[in-house]
Design a protein around this ligand. Structure first.
Ligand code: SF4
Length: 105
């Protein structure tokens, strides 16, 4: 067989096998996204100031939904209405695991 043709066939075969492995791994290790993170992010002030200790509001939203943050008042620029809205939403809306979060305003 022509060495160039053999190497092309080999590269296509290896690429196909690796693609198949990646596809299967993507299905096996798929993590259900928690839609509450996006909702909480939309309720935060959106200043991305970092006063909460996270690099931006997205980090704070992930911290709240992930259970790392138990008090919305960590976000200093937020007002009382925003804090209460976020806490109520997380207290009443279950995540993919069916559990709600005991977050305080
Ligand atoms: S303190 Fe509030 S506004 Fe500032 S980054 Fe954190 S969540 Fe966003």
């Amino acid at each position: 067989m022509n060495p160039i043709l053999a190497s092309v066939v080999m590269m296509v075969a290896v690429g196909g096998i690796l693609g198949l492995i990646l596809g299967i791994a993507g299905q096996v290790f798929y993590v259900q996204p928690d839609e509450r993170t996006e909702q909480v992010l939309n309720m935060l002030p959106g200043y991305n100031c970092g006063a909460c200790g996270y690099p931006g509001c997205a980090g704070m939203a992930e911290g709240l939904v992930g259970g790392e943050v138990a008090n919305v008042s960590l976000c200093k620029p937020s007002n009382a209405d925003q804090r209460k809205q976020i806490a109520t939403y997380l207290n009443e809306t279950p995540g993919p695991d069916g559990k709600t979060l005991p977050v305080k305003p």
